[in-house]
Design a protein around this ligand. Structure first.
Ligand code: ZN
Ligand code: FE
Length: 259
């Protein structure tokens, strides 16, 4: 059974650590210190590193970790990340034999041009996805290198995973994202409930991640481009009805950038 731990980095980053049988794999080590600390304290042996995209808060710790533990590094083929030994474009299956895990690689460009996600159907019985800065709790990543159409397609792939799939994103942004979700759909009971729940969790110092595809489908404005209230909010921003899902998504994303 693979255990998934959150290592905290910087203000609000999560470095996910998968461990089983004395071995560990880390996802997006923006900082080496929490990873090296964990390995020292637990005695886990690092056997691989997974990177979702090239931003420093996700790969900044690579060099220092690799100096101590020269393990294979999986990462996006389209991005230049020093240390990556296994470039991935999406569609591959990767084997992590030490922790008895197989992951599927999903191409999710938009936040960055080569962004990838790692989906483990066997994790937690119902599956888990490590999606970096693509899908967040009640939000999505900013479009630094991709178009709204690309991001919409990427989010559509994640939304199509089985509903109970747990979502391990790389930032604790849920509470502020909930405020925006409520502004988009003020009448949504699901969003109001989740908002209260998230506020309680944060007040108690608890993580709101992992979330689930199910929860995101109900409350994340960036997965709800078909919902009448979200289309209406987009129309309000555009001053006319959005022509399609891409326009709806783009208008909501644009609003969030200024929110
Ligand atoms: Zn990023
Ligand atoms: Fe980030």
């Amino acid at each position: 059974m693979t255990e998934i731990l959150a290592l905290h980095a910087f203000e609000d980053n999560y470095i996910w650590l998968l461990r089983a049988g004395g071995f560990a794999v880390v996802v997006d080590p923006g900082d080496a210190a929490p990873v090296l600390d964990h390995l020292e304290r637990s005695g886990d042996r690092l056997c691989a590193i997974l990177a979702t995209h090239h931003h420093g808060d996700h790969v900044g710790g690579l060099a220092e970790i690799l100096q101590r533990f020269p393990v294979p590094v999986f990462g996006p083929a389209l991005e230049n990340i020093p240390g990556v030994t296994h470039p991935l474009a999406g569609g591959e299956r990767i084997e992590l034999p030490e922790i008895a895990l197989e992951l599927e690689v999903i191409s999710v460009p938009g936040h960055t041009r080569g962004h990838i996600a790692y989906y483990g159907p066997s994790l937690h019985d119902h599956g888990a996805v490590f999606c970096g800065d693509t899908l967040f709790g009640a939000g999505c990543g900013r479009l630094f290198e991709g178009t709204p159409a690309q991001m919409l397609e990427s989010l559509t792939k994640l939304a199509a995973l089985p509903a109970p799939t747990l979502v391990y994103c790389a930032h604790e942004y849920t509470q502020s994202n909930m405020r925006f979700a409520l502004a988009v759909e003020p009448g949504s009971i699901a969003i109001q409930r989740r908002s209260e729940h998230v506020a309680k969790d944060r007040a108690a110092g608890r993580a709101t991640i992992p979330t689930s595809i199910h929860a995101e489908l109900q409350t994340n404005p960036f997965l709800r481009w078909d919902a009448p209230a979200v289309r209406a909010a987009a129309a309000n921003r555009l001053g006319r009805a959005p022509a399609d899902a891409v326009e709806t998504f783009a208008a909501i994303r644009e609003w969030k950038n200024r929110f």
